[in-house]
Design a protein around this ligand. Structure first.
Ligand code: GZL
Length: 348
């Protein structure tokens, strides 16, 4: 075989071999050893909102509670304040207390100051229902849990952890039932309402109208802002306008303090205890005395002594525990027949 033939065959073989090798998948490049995957540390378990660093072993000594009290307008409010201050002393938690003198702007400023201080919890007794959305959002964004105390707010419920207080609508309904029992054949009544826009006044007025029989008419309604001083001129004006006993036979008064102010005006106008059917709310010592003296024919209980329950709820939140969204206080109606017997044991 000529050399040229041999060479030609060798070249062909080399070309074919190349083609075969070239079609083979490339030998895997020797991969650098994979970096060991970084172990993601398990995400820290998400702490419940409001849980403190000391959770789940917080004690009252770890707690700073902000209580931006709405005012000092009534005996009920005085007892409510005392309930928180006494509990702070009894249990040993720090209480950041302020008196807003019934002004919402003062309450909002006090809440902002508490947020700055980094308190453990804010317990808010709102003077009115509306207008707290922004500051409650600020507290939420600061991670500070809020408990709404006593009156209600219209703010989004996601902005607070719980509400504890009275069922104000039920209180109004209970008052209406007293008038229905007294005046089965109908009557006309006046209403002395609480602070305009407050959950207490709104609820009581709503409940009163829910249950009042249709043959009992509300002749007029004015606010006395839950105070004796402001109720006196309102009652005087009513007595200028309407004849007691003739034009109206009863009065629904949203709290005992306004009732005591109204009694001063009634006395000055020559009205006697028992001439009118008066139903009040709160059940304070002043209200019990007004029943003993024959001025009030019923007093719907509204309990201000909320400090112990709120303190317990606040500590649970600090420890990451859940609490009830709504806590309503159990209440009753008091009457003159045993008012003298009960008065000595009244706590407020
Ligand atoms: C009711 C409370 C009211 C009382 C008044 O829960 O907010 O405010 O009835 C007080 O005496 O001023």
């Amino acid at each position: 075989m000529k050399i040229s033939n041999v060479l030609f065959r060798v070249v062909i073989l080399l070309i074919v071999a190349e083609l075969i090798v070239g079609c083979q998948p490339a030998a895997p490049a020797t991969e650098a050893p994979a970096e060991p995957a970084v172990e993601e540390a398990p995400a820290a378990a998400e702490k419940p909102f409001g849980a403190a660093d000391c959770a789940p072993n917080c004690t009252y000594a770890d707690m700073t509670m902000c209580y931006p009290q709405l005012g000092a307008e009534s005996d009920w409010r005085t007892a409510n304040t005392a309930s928180f201050k006494d509990e702070s002393a009894n249990l040993g938690f720090k209480l950041v207390f302020s008196d807003a003198q019934q002004k919402q702007e003062n309450q909002i400023s006090a809440i902002r100051s508490c947020i700055q201080q980094g308190v453990s919890v804010i317990a808010l007794p709102p003077v009115v229902e509306d207008g707290f959305e922004a500051v409650l959002t600020e507290a939420h964004n600061a991670g500070i849990p809020v408990i709404i105390v006593d009156r209600s707010v219209s703010a989004d419920p996601s902005l607070y952890m719980s509400h504890i207080g009275s069922d104000m609508v039920l209180e109004g309904e209970r008052a209406a039932e007293e008038f229905n029992k007294k005046f089965p054949d109908g009557a006309a009544v006046l209403e002395l309402s609480g602070t305009t826009g407050s959950g207490a006044a709104v609820g009581r007025a709503e409940g009163f109208r829910n249950k009042l029989n249709s043959n009992i008419t509300i002749l007029d309604s004015q606010t006395g802002n839950f105070t004796r001083a402001e109720a006196l001129p309102v009652m005087q004006a009513f007595l200028q306008k309407y004849e007691a006993g003739t034009d109206f036979q009863g009065i629904f008064i949203h709290n005992d303090d306004m009732g005591i102010g109204a009694i001063e005006a009634l006395k000055a106008a020559g009205v006697k205890p028992g001439d009118l059917f008066i139903v009040s709310v709160d059940g304070t010592r002043g209200g019990f005395q007004a029943m003993i003296d024959g001025w009030f024919q019923a007093d719907v209980e509204c309990n201000p002594l909320l400090g112990p329950q709120v303190a317990e709820m606040a500590l649970k939140l600090m420890n990451g525990e859940t609490i009830e969204r709504e806590v309503l206080t159990n209440e009753t109606v008091y009457y003159p027949d045993n008012a003298a017997e009960l008065l000595p044991s009244r706590q407020y």
